[in-house]
Design a protein around this ligand. Structure first.
Ligand SMILES: Cc1ncc(C[n+]2csc(CCOP(=O)(O)OP(=O)(O)O)c2C)c(N)n1
Ligand SMILES: [Mg+2]
Length: 940
């Protein structure tokens, strides 16, 4: 039998299949299996019959771990197990060892409460593999088992049980790579016999004590105040400390952490070292007037610190600000890690590590988890592996695991990454320490994510004013009687002579005194504790509210535009482009010399090229963004003979900025979260995310609402991220017409974001350049066009790029101020249809004005566009969108203010209100469009 077959034999599913096949057609199954299959007792559906559980092991019953393998049922007794002919063959050791490596975790002692049902699985029984009672004391050489050159079968099983079914259960046999599997087997099988150093154990105990005391202190000083207590899960603190220490040992100089509510205050105090006085100051809530209309609750705040670990290694550790929306911070953290790695030129992804702490319910339930995991190996997104820690308190608010998931473990979604998953009893700190060491080494060795699922419990309700026994009465009966994690570990260390009781007491007293002093300081402080912002790379940038519009100089000398054109239209030697691309390149060459009007794609490339030329970095991602959904960009060209790719902006200048353009995976929330995170640590670069069609942005709504529009207000964190959202009513149906402009406008306040809808390539050019060249950092939402990408009327001249600027409002340059009585004001592509209609009608009484930047809204700039018409009697807002969508409801009250008392009639022309953005019929679309145009000119 080959090793592979033997590995497969470790799987009961395989045996099931084999049995099924055998019962239907015995000749279809290799003869070597016949004896086994004939002798094997089955329970009637192909499963081998159950075996009674050995002492100390619960037998799986029903709900506490969903979809457990149901191999052993209470009361079921078997007479004889399956036997393999030719017992005592050492080769039979393999299936046994494989069974332990694959399924030992189901028998592990993971739950500090002792409530989790473990399963004794038939495969773990030596008799399943032919080792019957008389043979079990026979000495064998279990080749391939680490740390055990010779042993009896019973000794082998004891070894495997200690490694794979002690306080740790590991899942790694789903990993395809034999190298990774054997690396893990070796580490596991040798690590768990190593004693832990005394100083490591004492440090862990002290951290546990500190965490518990901090929690208890808050509990007594601020009773009933929400803090999402960590009690029952305090091991998180030593666990995080060890992750950072091992991370530093393996080369990391920075770490970015993300976590939700549970234990966050304790983590902020213990790991990122925000002084207790600041945290107590937040409980005191002094100077509330400073937070009116802004700020965030204390358990969402971030912080960072410069840490020196016990080995003297330095590391900068940041905990990211976090909204309540569980798991939304995941991609943001990973994006931040990647940006920091780029900043450090850390192409091997070793210097900055990401750590994500999850809740069990959230990890199993939130779609952002797999979206973020999916990024982990992609060239544009990888970071060398994130360390995931699950604070698995076996409950989510009021819900039990059986209500939360269909899988045995809350971590099962992570198996998609083929990374190891350790389930650990959080009360066994020594086991936890071993796991952290292996996990960090695996991450470093294979640049892979790793998952540590720490089983623990939640001492109180979901928050401190919640009654948990309404819904988990039995669990809380056990919890009430339980010794705390500190008591359990202190007891162990005292028993083993590692520390004395007096030492434990001294540590506790010292901590209480420290906390009292911090509280005193907080009580006497008159000022609200503020976390520093705008430090390091953010120095020199601004947020806040500007009094007047600000414009950077976005012009680019014509000669430079010509040079960039030459570089982006030339192909590498021997490169064969598609004939249509060759034609496109020669057209672009003409555009760059001023011999042909500049189209949208060319303006974009010249904007990026000129920034790169100025040594600024550009990162651009989105689904199919390199070519462009509408085939207008072609920023990467593929050789049609070799499929080699050519980045057109890659060879501008030896000293140019870095240009990174990546087609993203088919995710919105995950990838937009990542880019937002990237922008937090890259203020000096252009970071663009493009939606395939604008409407798909709704899949990323949580990132927009919780981060992009609100992070400055809540956390004083700025971002210059750019969103390109193709938007426009072109008769493509309800799904591909609208990027929901209205939703962005509704979120506008305090100059939080910029919302634009440029209508010419030159406008796009200056807008994009200005976003990086200005010092104020605000997210930029751009409604990008579809039909305008190629519309001749929408083209620009080279001079507009070379000497123009971005116009917030485009005035009507052709209207006659003496004749105009009506102004049609609009935004986006309807402008060109209005112009055409006016020409058709030869109507000289109408001026058409475009609002190119809807927010920030500068009333006087808008006013200038119509105040010049002395005979103005009517101002109409005209839009493609239905009346309940588009910009109409945003501009109408603002325009009313501008014309108030001036005797100017106002009207709002649009499609009639609609529950979906657009019609599915192209002909109906055309009819609707004509109606809007008619109304715009004929309405009286
Ligand atoms: C996306 C989202 N949905 C719902 C909630 C409300 N909520 C807050 S905590 C929580 C339970 C979380 O359980 P778990 O992930 O196990 O973390 P724990 O509180 O047990 O540490 C819920 C449902 C939320 N914050 N975010
Ligand atoms: Mg939970």
């Amino acid at each position: 039998m080959t090793r592979d077959v033997l590995e497969l034999a470790g799987s009961l599913a395989f045996l099931d299949d084999l049995y099924e096949q055998y019962s239907q057609q015995p000749t279809g199954v290799d003869a070597s299996w016949h004896a086994l299959l004939e002798q094997g007792q089955t329970n009637g559906n192909g499963h081998p019959a159950p075996t009674p559980a050995p002492n100390g092991t619960h037998v799986a019953t029903d709900s506490s771990r969903p979809n457990m393998p149901r191999m052993g049922r209470p009361g079921a007794v078997t007479t004889s197990p399956m036997t393999i002919v030719g017992t005592k063959q050492p080769s039979h050791v393999w299936p046994l060892v494989n069974a332990w490596r694959s399924r030992g975790h189901f028998a592990a002692n993971l739950d500090p409460l002792g409530l989790l049902e473990t399963a004794w699985i038939q495969e773990l029984e030596p008799s399943t593999w032919g080792f019957l009672e008389p043979d079990r004391n026979q000495v064998i050489e279990p080749t391939g088992v680490h740390g055990l050159p010779r042993a009896t079968v019973d000794e082998l099983v004891a070894h495997l049980r200690r490694v794979y079914a002690g306080s740790v259960g590991v899942e790694f046999m789903h990993i395809s790579s034999p190298a990774r599997r054997s690396w893990l087997a070796e580490k596991m099988e040798t690590q768990f016999v190593k004693p832990l150093a005394r100083d490591v154990r004492v440090r862990m105990l002290e951290q546990l004590i500190n965490a518990e005391q901090f929690e208890r202190f808050c509990h007594t000083k601020y009773p009933g105040t929400k803090r999402f207590s960590l009690e029952g899960s305090e091991s998180l603190i030593p666990l995080l400390d060890l992750v950072l220490t091992h991370g530093a040992r393996l080369g990391a100089i920075e770490a970015v952490m993300g976590m939700a509510h549970r234990g966050r205050l304790t983590t902020i105090e213990a790991i990122v070292k925000r002084p207790g006085r600041d945290l107590f100051g937040q409980f005191e809530d002094v100077e509330p007037e400073k937070s009116m209309g802004g700020g965030d609750v204390k358990y969402h705040m971030g912080f960072s610190t410069d840490r020196i670990d016990p080995n003297g290694r330095a590391m900068h550790v940041s905990l990211s600000f976090n909204p309540s929306h569980l798991e939304a911070v995941d991609p943001v953290v990973v994006g931040r890690v990647r940006a920091k790695q780029m900043r450090h030129h850390d192409i091997e992804h070793r210097q900055v590590m990401g750590i994500l702490v999850h809740g069990d319910a959230a990890f199993a339930g939130q779609g952002l988890v797999p979206e973020t995991l999916q990024l982990s190996g992609l060239p544009g997104y990888r970071t060398g592996g994130t360390v995931h820690i699950i604070v698995n308190n076996q409950v989510g608010f009021t819900a039990s695991p059986a209500e939360q998931r269909s899988t045995p473990y809350c971590t099962d979604v992570a198996k998609m990454l083929e990374c190891p998953i350790w389930h650990v009893n959080g009360e066994d700190l020594d086991a936890l320490a071993h796991v952290v060491e292996i996990a960090c080494e695996f991450r470093s060795q294979f640049s892979s994510d790793v998952i540590i699922d720490m089983y623990c419990y939640r001492k109180y309700g979901h928050n401190e004013s919640d009654e948990p026994s309404f819904t988990q009465p039995l669990m809380y009966e056990v919890i009430r009687k339980k010794a705390s994690p500190v008591e359990v570990y202190a007891h162990r260390l005292i028993e083993e002579g590692v520390v004395a009781t007096e030492q434990v007491n001294a540590m506790t007293n010292k901590r209480v005194a420290e906390l009292e002093a911090e509280l005193e300081a907080a009580k006497s402080a008159k000022q609200r504790p503020d976390a520093p912002s705008m430090t390091a790379m953010w120095r020199g940038y601004r947020g806040g509210i500007a009094d007047a519009p600000e414009d950077a100089d976005t012009r680019v000398p014509r000669q430079l535009l010509e040079n960039i054109t030459a570089a982006i239209t030339e192909l590498p030697p021997g490169f064969t482009a598609h004939p249509k691309i060759e034609r496109l390149l020669s057209q672009r060459a003409e555009m760059g010399k001023g011999e042909r009007p500049i189209d949208w794609g060319m303006a974009e490339l010249l904007a990026y090229g000129s920034l790169l030329y100025q040594k600024l970095n550009v990162r651009f991602t989105g689904q199919d963004c390199a070519r462009g959904t509408f085939s207008h960009r072609h920023a990467i060209i593929t050789d049609i003979k070799t499929a080699r790719e050519h980045l057109v902006l890659g060879g501008l200048h030896p000293d140019q900025g870095q240009c990174r353009i990546y087609d993203s995976p088919l995710s919105e929330a995950g990838v937009l979260g990542f880019e937002f995170g990237y922008s937090l640590d890259y203020p000096d670069g252009l970071v663009i995310w493009e939606a395939q069609f604008g409407d798909f942005v709704n899949g990323a709504q949580v990132i927009i609402d919780q981060f992009i529009t609100a992070s400055e207000d809540k956390w004083k964190r700025l971002s210059g991220i750019v969103l390109y959202l193709p938007h426009g009513y072109e008769g493509q149906g309800p799904e591909h017409s609208s990027a929901r402009l209205e939703r962005f406008l509704e979120a506008c306040a305090e100059q939080n974001i910029q919302v634009c809808q440029p209508t010419t390539p030159a406008q796009m050019f200056h807008l994009v350049r200005g976003q990086v060249l200005r010092h104020r950092r605000k997210p930029l939402v751009v409604m990008t066009p579809k039909s305008l990408l190629r519309l001749p009327a929408a083209a620009s001249t080279l001079d507009e790029l070379a000497s123009g600027r971005f116009h917030r409002v485009l005035h009507d340059e052709h209207a006659d101020p003496e004749k105009v009585t009506r102004v049609l004001m609009c935004s986006g592509k309807i402008y060109y249809e209005l112009v055409e209609e006016r020409a058709r009608r030869a109507d000289r009484t109408v001026a058409i004005v475009r609002i190119e930047k809807l927010y920030p809204w500068w009333p006087n700039i808008v006013e200038e566009s119509f105040a010049k018409y002395g005979k103005l009697a009517e101002l109409f807002w005209v839009q493609d969108e239905p009346s309940n969508m588009g910009a109409g409801n945003f501009v109408t009250p603002r325009l009313h203010k501008l014309i108030d008392g001036k005797g100017i009639k106002y009207d709002f022309i649009s499609r009639t209100e609609s529950a979906s953005p657009a019609t599915g019929s192209h002909k109906a679309h055309v009819m609707e469009q004509q109606q809007i145009l008619r109304q715009a000119f004929d309405a009286r």
